[in-house]
Design a protein around this ligand. Structure first.
Ligand code: HEM
Length: 452
């Protein structure tokens, strides 16, 4: 991850040729048609505009209106390194509005940095080792129910594993509180992600309306978090607990203040919303890709079973995230007229950083449609061309957690099962609201390995 000094990276003039005061060029189609094309076929539309206008162009989108799309490493670097007083995120984040004012997604500036400082230690690479056993236990428990020889979608299983993992490692919850969280959290996040985009539906028009259901689920969620906080305060072992909630309860900001109950509730919900579906859909893409690459599958199985090294598995996860980025883009909002790539992005306009375009660009990845983890064995990943976790001061704080979790779940699968290869064409992509998933849920046919 690039280390960004926000104070320094602010209003520095753009290097290179003079900057036009005009917005980046783009589609000349009427707005409704442009928005419809984007809605029906986002990737082909973006690719076509990039071919015509270069790595920075404008397009009309249904949610944000006119946006600028950045699809080259120099542009990405400039966007990710810009100071938050130049490019913001929280003030225009629809997800932040839904998750609450205590969510990282809703914050900007010093409040955001102060909150990240509190949260980042909980996701430090070394702490992740302590969670590995929990993940393996949850993966084994779920996979014990897999039927042999029958085709089934793996995504629901991966959703259950990643949900259980977050309930235990992030919320530190077990027993009835854990089960109630498992009931409440998935519908809360699903409805919330829809309401994030459909503002008029947010009003509470009774228990059956989307706004009403959301409000009632949120009230149940807050009550569980309240109980967990009370139990934590009464727990003599709180100091030695490893879960994220216990860490947040122990932590305090630089001025000595502690996190409030609602701040903890908003933040834990944020971690769940950001970390559950994203990790599960990437794993489902893993099954979808590996069944179509039997040689790689055999090498991965051998690596997992000997227990010696995990280089190929790590490279495979990198390649999965390159070729099937489940969050295809991230965005920032220009707070001032922002010079970028020789053009000026007007104040108030969103800049979309497109991981999908960059990850499939042959200038940065030879033969980009080929699934080839080997490309990451030799050279690792680059900060501005491999961007599934975004970048700069907003880079995903859960990246190490997600990698640890995907590594352990894949290892368990490869050790316990053989996966039947298939010659069927790849699954298409389906937008689930938070992340992109294989349309058929990452179909698998498995056989349990016999000892010996
Ligand atoms: C494969 C799994 C994941 C992917 C692909 C992913 C991707 C992303 C992306 C693209 C962003 C926006 C970054 C930016 O705008 O520069 C983000 C932010 C975030 N992610 Fe993740 N994420 C994953 C897993 C997780 C996990 C496991 C957690 C926590 C348990 C998590 C917590 C967050 C949070 C809290 C933010 C907001 C950061 C901020 O605004 O400062 N993510 N993630």
């Amino acid at each position: 991850m690039a280390v960004v000094d926000p104070a320094r990276a602010s209003r520095e003039p753009e290097p290179g040729p003079p900057v036009s005061p005009l917005a980046p060029p783009g589609s000349r189609l009427p707005r409704p048609l442009s928005a419809l094309l984007f809605l029906l076929a986002p990737q082909p539309t973006l690719r076509m505009l990039q071919r015509r206008h270069g790595d920075l162009f404008s397009v009309w989108t249904p949610v944000f209106g006119q946006v600028a799309v950045a699809a080259g490493p120099e542009l990405v670097k400039r966007v990710f390194q810009a100071s938050p007083d130049v490019l913001s995120f929280g003030e225009t984040s629809p997800l932040g509005e839904i998750l609450g004012p205590g969510s990282l997604f809703a914050m900007d500036d010093s409040r955001h940095l102060r909150e990240r400082r509190l949260i980042l230690p909980a996701f430090h690479g070394e702490r992740m080792r302590g969670y590995e056993d929990v993940i393996e236990e949850e993966a084994r428990r779920e996979m014990a129910g897999w039927a042999e020889g029958e085709e089934f979608p793996t995504l629901p299983s991966f959703m259950r594993i990643t949900l259980a993992a977050i309930i235990r490692t992030v919320f530190g919850a077990q027993g009835s509180d854990g089960s109630e969280l498992a009931d409440v959290l998935p519908p809360l996040v699903t409805i919330g992600s829809r309401l994030a985009l459909l503002r008029p539906l947010r009003r509470d028009l009774g228990p059956r309306s989307p706004g009403g259901r959301f409000r009632r689920l949120r009230a149940r969620y807050d009550a569980i978090v309240d109980r967990l906080i009370d139990a934590g305060r009464a727990d003599p072992a709180l100091e030695s607990r490893e879960d994220v909630m216990a860490m947040l309860m122990r932590a305090h900001y630089d001025d000595g203040e502690r996190m409030s109950r609602t701040a903890i509730a908003d933040e834990l919900l944020t971690l769940l919303a950001a970390g559950h579906e994203t990790t599960a859909t990437t794993l489902a893409w893993g099954v979808e890709r590996l069944r179509r690459h039997p040689d790689l599958l055999a090498r991965l199985a051998a690596e997992a079973r000997t227990g010696e090294g995990r280089e190929l598995r790590v490279a495979t996860i990198h390649e999965l995230q390159r070729s099937r980025p489940v969050i295809p883009a991230t965005s920032r909002c220009a707070r001032v007229d922002f010079p970028l790539g020789g053009w000026t992005v007007p104040r108030g306009r969103q800049i979309i950083v497109s991981a999908s375009l960059i990850h499939h660009d042959p200038r940065f990845f030879a033969d980009p449609e080929r699934f080839d983890p080997g490309r990451f064995l030799a050279r690792g990943v680059d900060t501005y061309t491999w961007i599934p976790f975004g970048g700069g001061t907003r880079r995903c704080p859960g990246a190490a957690f997600a990698h640890m979790e995907m590594d352990i779940v894949l290892r368990t699968l490869l050790r316990e099962f053989t996966l039947e290869p298939t010659r069927r064409r790849g699954e298409r992509l389906r937008d689930r609201g938070i992340a992109n998933a294989p349309a058929r849920g990452g179909l698998a046919v498995v056989h349990r390995r016999r000892p010996g």
